[in-house]
Design a binder for this molecule. Structure first.
Ligand code: FES
Length: 106
């Protein structure tokens, strides 16, 4: 079994405006890539509940997102559901910047 972290090139830093989110696909998996004032963050690409709304369409407010599906709010940093803390959080992924590029570390 290979447990090594594999950095995946997402794109250039300037591809994403501050305060916005983009979708990113890698090997049939969807991710949402956020650029906030505090840096880059990544979560799973679709929300947890049955609507499976794309998180790249979420409203961003500071470090929180509001899903367009059922309007739940989540922390982009921790993945925790803020509006209904009993719900499962979003999976979050490590993301790094290097030489003007951003990488997902999967
Ligand atoms: S799809 Fe229901 S809160 Fe996101």
């Amino acid at each position: 079994m290979n447990n090594e972290i594999e950095p995946i090139l997402v794109g250039e830093i300037d591809d994403i405006e501050v305060g916005t989110v983009e979708d990113f696909e890698h090997e049939d998996n969807n991710f949402a890539i956020y650029r906030l004032d505090t840096g880059f963050f990544s979560t799973q690409g679709n929300c947890n509940c049955e609507d499976r709304a794309p998180l790249s369409e979420a409203e961003i407010d500071g470090e929180e997102l509001e899903c367009v599906g059922c309007s739940n709010t989540y922390s982009i940093v921790s993945g925790d559901c803020i509006s209904q803390p009993e719900l499962d959080g979003l999976r979050i992924y490590d993301i790094t910047e290097e030489d003007g590029n951003i990488y997902l570390n999967l």
